[in-house]
Design a protein. Structure first.
Length: 113
């Protein structure tokens, strides 16, 4: 479990009641799972380029600790995960309080020195 700077996080609970709504939504990949963690709503979806996790709260941004906790508890630890910011013309975000994490399947990032 991830250590946080603000103490323990609430449990992550799989939400079959939300799952039924997701299964009926157009455009959601088969196999998408719905969870809550305290005030956070979390979706984990298998996509052609790898796993995708979205995390949101009703009236605020999720905290860094909440984002990290969801990532490490709901995605395999051995994968690289990124928060991608595309060019502004390609940016789409229907919910203003959601963050998206994507599995990085390309070669490892190289840091210029």
């Amino acid at each position: 479990m991830m250590r946080t700077t603000r103490g323990p996080m609430p449990p992550i609970v799989e939400r079959p009641d939300l799952q039924r709504n997701i299964d009926s939504m157009l455009g959601m990949p088969a196999g998408t799972r719905a969870y809550t963690m305290g005030e956070c709503r979390i979706l984990v979806s298998p996509e052609p380029d790898g796993l995708h996790l979205s995390i949101s709260c009703e009236d605020r941004y999720p905290t860094w600790d909440e984002i990290a906790e969801a990532r490490y508890r709901l995605m395999p630890d051995d994968m690289d995960v990124v928060m991608h910011l595309p060019p502004s013309a390609e940016y789409v975000n229907v919910n203003p309080n959601v963050f998206h994490l994507h599995e990085l399947r390309t070669s490892r990032l190289v840091v210029a020195r």
